[in-house]
Design a binder for this molecule. Structure first.
Ligand SMILES: Cc1cc2nc3c(=O)[nH]c(=O)nc-3n(C[C@H](O)[C@H](O)[C@H](O)COP(=O)(O)OP(=O)(O)OC[C@H]3O[C@@H](n4cnc5c(N)ncnc54)[C@H](O)[C@@H]3O)c2cc1C
Length: 524
């Protein structure tokens, strides 16, 4: 690698920002050799958090992390300085924060009578156990393109376990059995503490303020060029020694076309696809508009590349069925404490110590979570913010005769207060910003080997993919960790870095032992 080599990142999600940091920290690049281009107005991609107390805050997602997994994420953030606590890394500040604010949810599931459902038992029948055992032990080749419903009987989807697991990780019954099985193994430790979410770790603020911003500031300090509003529309390539070699980038910067010519030794990293592509926001009076990939275009470049090289995967497997990949979220900004006071009293959890509260009988399968306040760096002390979502936005509500997807923020609050039996005054003056996400669980669509490219596909020279749509053995999508792991794998492979990538921790050894014992007991 020449010291003048350049690295170009197509997409500015956490995956690209992490890879840029790995290039500098472990690969000997200087920041000035790196350019990160994103179609959006800010870096961070799906790991967002925006707004202010006057206009209202907005998060597409509220994210849960763990310390028992997320090996590559913490490996990175151990060397990124915190913005709010001088002298500490982001890892150290997160560790200290979680020692102070321990998750122990007291109200995971609430039923139609507004009663907290006892969840200490997962509610499995013997058949559920046997089917889970069989699924957890099946290999991926056998499971192939199948769905979760191909392996588990209808009664399983009525168990408290399913309601808690599905809403914690956003699974739907029609999603990939392979990915569901990976989750059972990867998050084995959460299996026994899903009722309290005791294994969940949170960041000090929302993840844009707590993860993206410190990383971005560090990269900027190193001289990395971050280019927002820059869409890469195509790549020029040639075959060099039979290897796919990128030689040019076509982009549109704030509407103006540009071409960048690459030189020998330059590297290109592409974020293929995005779970938040075509997402849209509404307001208190307006539902978010219904968009599709034709309106944004994170998928477009991957589709072009995949049409040229079979090793670059099959984006159509993931982005062709919005009915199976969409859900909706909302962020509420409050200017008086009535809602938080009532919710904390009802749930038994101080904000930041509970977890998702799921209205299990709600048509929208609605959940909310009250994070520790302030949740935004710029949030005034007399303002509260919470986030929620519905896994079935296509269904008519229980208290609002409309599908969630067609509801304004005011209507979503009406539905929420209905389930909680809270008076409308509890949300007086609130600003609820709804968000529609057509591809939010596109990564969970049933898939077969080869549908996702490897981070560094075979027969390529200077090119890698970093996203939720690459193939990484054992690890699970819909996590920050997956993108950071893809980043570390791509950078280390292209640069031949010998430092070990933290392995996926094998927490699942116990699962096998437990299930083997169960099987023996059932057979005797
Ligand atoms: C609602 C929600 C809840 C979540 N909950 C959790 C959780 O609890 N725990 C957890 O670990 N993770 C969670 N996640 C997932 C996590 O946020 C994502 O996995 C991660 O942020 C994905 O990062 P990425 O860099 O791979 O992709 P993205 O963040 O999607 O970034 C890709 C970027 O590339 C850009 N791009 C793509 N193509 C082009 C192009 N041709 N030109 C220019 N730009 C382009 C896109 O605009 C986008 O900004 C959640 C996400 C959401 C939205």
């Amino acid at each position: 690698m020449r010291s003048t080599s350049k690295a170009y990142f197509v997409g500015g999600g956490i995956g690209s920002l992490a890879a840029a940091a790995f290039l500098i920290r472990d690969g000997g690049f200087s920041g000035a050799q790196i350019t990160v281009m994103d179609a959006g107005p800010v870096m961070g991609g799906s790991l967002d958090g925006a707004g202010d107390a006057q206009r209202g805050y907005s998060l597409r997602g509220g994210r849960m992390l763990t310390f028992d997994n997320y090996e590559c994420t913490w490996d990175l953030f151990k060397t990124i300085p915190s913005l709010s606590q001088p002298g500490r890394s982001v890892w150290e500040e997160t560790l200290a924060f979680n020692e102070q604010h321990v998750s122990h949810a007291q109200a995971r599931l609430v039923d139609s009578r507004r009663a907290k459902v006892p969840v200490a038992s997962m509610g499995f029948s013997m058949q559920d156990r046997l089917e889970l055992l069989k699924l957890s032990r099946a290999d991926e080749a056998t499971l192939g393109h199948s769905c979760i419903t191909d392996h588990l009987s209808p009664a399983f989807f009525e168990t408290p376990f399913w309601f808690m697991w599905a809403t914690t990780f956003a699974f739907q019954p029609w999603h990939s059995a392979v990915e569901f099985r990976r989750y059972l193994h990867r998050f084995m430790l959460e299996f026994s503490r899903i009722d309290t979410l005791a294994g969940v770790r949170r960041t000090v603020y929302n993840q844009y303020d707590a993860m993206v911003l410190p990383l971005q500031r560090w990269l900027e300090g190193q001289g990395v060029q971050l280019l927002p509003n820059c869409t890469v529309t195509d790549l020029d390539h040639k075959l060099e020694d039979g290897l796919f070699t990128v030689i040019g980038l076509h982009c549109t910067v704030s509407g103006v076309s540009e071409t960048r010519i690459l030189e020998g030794g330059d590297l290109v990293f592409v974020q293929n696809g995005s779970m938040t592509d075509a997402s849209s926001l509404g307001s208190m009076t307006m539902a978010p508009p219904a968009l599709s990939k034709a309106h944004n275009g994170s998928w477009t470049l991957w589709e072009k590349l995949a049409s040229q090289q079979p090793a670059f995967g099959r984006p159509e497997v993931f982005n062709s069925n919005i009915a199976q990949s969409n859900w909706a979220s909302f962020t509420v900004t409050l200017h008086n404490s009535a809602f938080f006071d009532q919710m904390q009293a009802f749930s038994g959890n101080r904000a930041g110590t509970g977890g998702l509260v799921t209205f299990k009988d709600s048509n929208w399968l609605m959940s909310i979570v009250l994070a520790h306040q302030p949740h935004f760096i710029n949030q005034p002390a007399d303002v509260q913010v919470f986030w929620g979502y519905g896994l079935h936005p296509e269904r008519v509500g229980n208290f609002v005769a409309k599908p969630m997807a067609d509801c304004s923020g005011a209507e979503i609050l009406q539905e929420l207060c209905g389930h909680l039996r809270f008076d409308a005054t509890s949300v007086a003056g609130a600003n609820c910003i709804p968000c529609r996400m057509p591809y939010i669980t596109s990564m969970f669509m049933p898939r077969s080997p080869g549908d996702r490219p490897l981070p560094v596909p075979a027969d390529t020279k200077n090119f890698a993919f970093i996203s939720q749509f690459v193939e990484i053995p054992l690890d699970v999508v819909f996590t920050v960790e997956y993108s950071v792991r893809a980043a570390q794998m791509a950078v280390y492979a292209l640069l031949g870095i010998e430092r070990a990538i933290p392995p996926v921790t094998p927490h699942d050894h116990d699962l096998h032992t437990q299930f083997e014992a169960l099987l023996k007991a059932l057979q005797s």
